[in-house]
Write a protein that binds this ligand. Structure first.
Ligand SMILES: Nc1ncnc2c1ncn2[C@@H]1O[C@H](COP(=O)(O)OP(=O)(O)O)[C@@H](O)[C@H]1O
Ligand SMILES: [Mg+2]
Length: 388
């Protein structure tokens, strides 16, 4: 394969390792400065130029987009996607991962533990929001921070309010997040490649510091993850639509809580702590995946043809619960079940003998009218009690 590694720093550890690993597996790899691309947007002929030169074809790109150039970097990746070049992580998923609020919002719908988090704009909403997420001490986070910069611990309400107001005044949006004190300055970094945790470490902050980032001097040790931590990391990565990610997880009293999902996770800390050749794992995965670029199923469906994809949750009382797929006769209603999701485990391409159980979620493709009749009515939301 011909692989382009989009990175501003050819000498950076992660960039070097990816290039080495690609070459060691017999590929051609070129490190290219993301900012030196020029994009040509043209009817049916999207193109890129590098350093003003027309580029030969690449099979895949590995984006290593620094947070300071996210918008342009994502545009470059998107351009390669339009040209049919596979990107290790998609531009869309990278963009979502770069916004901590957006990421947590996306994850919150699914079964992923998260530290309670609030986002407010008005001054009057600050204190009630702090109260709702559990009171002080409280974490205040810039939406776009990285390497621990932009994560603040406020000990009391007055300080918290002052910090948030100051940041708002400086046109900075912030998250208000429960401080998970029992994690004691430690957290888990799980490195996910293609639906598997390939390496994991526990990071510990030094001294009075509560942030465990390696860039903040945090120490690291290899860790064998419990199943629930592993599952959380893999699921969070998938929900974010990422193929490769570094998932930061707090060890809270209530189990794993995801803080963020990094789309350009560093290799140095994790390879040193675990001895795993993460770079090789990434290249090996890329070799398999390059034939399967991300496609948006809905966009590919013919418009107005009356067909769509839908997720059908099966209630315990649903007439479908307990039946086999064959007995449910969905195919006769012009519905194909693409996969069954049971407590986070997927059963792809289920056959007729497969049983449907209450609690399953069926991913279906079919006639919209028929699908609609299977979608259960929305239940009213419960009113939330205020914490005192
Ligand atoms: N809610 C929290 N409770 C306790 N510690 C936290 C919390 N949020 C962040 N931290 C600490 O701060 C570090 C940085 O936070 P994170 O959200 O990962 O931002 P960054 O993008 O800067 O790495 C974490 O690795 C963790 O050690
Ligand atoms: Mg982090």
């Amino acid at each position: 394969m011909k692989i382009a590694i989009l990175s501003r720093g050819p000498r950076l550890y992660s960039t070097r390792r990816l290039k080495e690993a690609a070459q060691a597996r017999g590929h051609k790899a070129r490190v290219m400065d993301t900012l030196k691309f020029a994009l040509q947007v043209e009817h049916r002929d999207p193109d890129v130029f590098y350093n003003n030169q027309h580029l030969a074809d690449f099979d895949a790109v590995i984006p290593r987009i620094g947070p300071s150039i996210t918008p342009f970097g994502c545009a470059v990746v998107r351009q390669f996607e339009q040209m049919g070049v596979f990107s290790l992580n998609s531009s869309q998923a990278i963009a979502v991962s770069r916004d901590k609020l957006r990421s947590l919002q996306v994850l919150s719908r699914r079964d992923i533990g998260l530290p309670p988090t609030a986002f407010v704009r008005r001054r009057d909403d600050i204190l009630p929001a702090i109260d709702r997420v559990g009171g002080t001490p409280i974490i205040i986070k810039l939406l776009q921070g990285t390497q621990g910069v932009g994560v603040i611990l406020a000990e009391n309400l007055k300080v918290a309010e002052a910090i948030i107001e100051t940041l708002h005044g400086a046109k900075q949006n912030v998250l208000i997040q429960k401080f998970v004190a029992e994690s004691k300055g430690k957290d888990i970094r799980a490195f996910v490649v293609g639906g598997q945790v390939v390496a994991a470490m526990r990071r510990a902050a030094v001294g009075q510091e509560f942030r465990s980032n390696v860039h903040r001097g945090g120490t690291t040790e290899i860790v064998e993850l419990d199943d629930d931590y592993e599952r959380t990391a893999v699921r969070a990565t998938r929900i974010m639509g990422l193929h490769v990610a570094g998932v930061d997880i707090l060890e809270s009293r209530d189990g794993p809580q995801v803080m963020e999902v990094n789309s350009s996770p560093g290799l140095e800390g994790i390879e040193a702590a675990t001895g795993v050749d993460v770079a090789a794992a990434i290249i090996e995965y890329l070799e398999h995946q390059v034939f399967f670029p991300d496609i948006d199923l809905r966009q590919r469906l013919p418009l107005n043809a009356g067909y769509s994809v839908a997720e059908i949750p099966i209630a315990d009382k649903s007439p479908l619960a307990g039946q086999t797929l064959a007995d449910a006769r969905l195919r006769e209603q012009d519905i194909v079940v693409l996969s069954i999701n049971r407590h986070g485990v997927a059963f792809p391409n289920p056959t007729g003998e497969q049983q449907i159980l209450g609690g399953d979620i069926l991913l279906c493709y079919g006639r919209m009218l028929a699908l609609k009749s299977l979608i259960p009515p929305k239940r009213p939301r419960r009113r939330k009690k205020r914490r005192s």
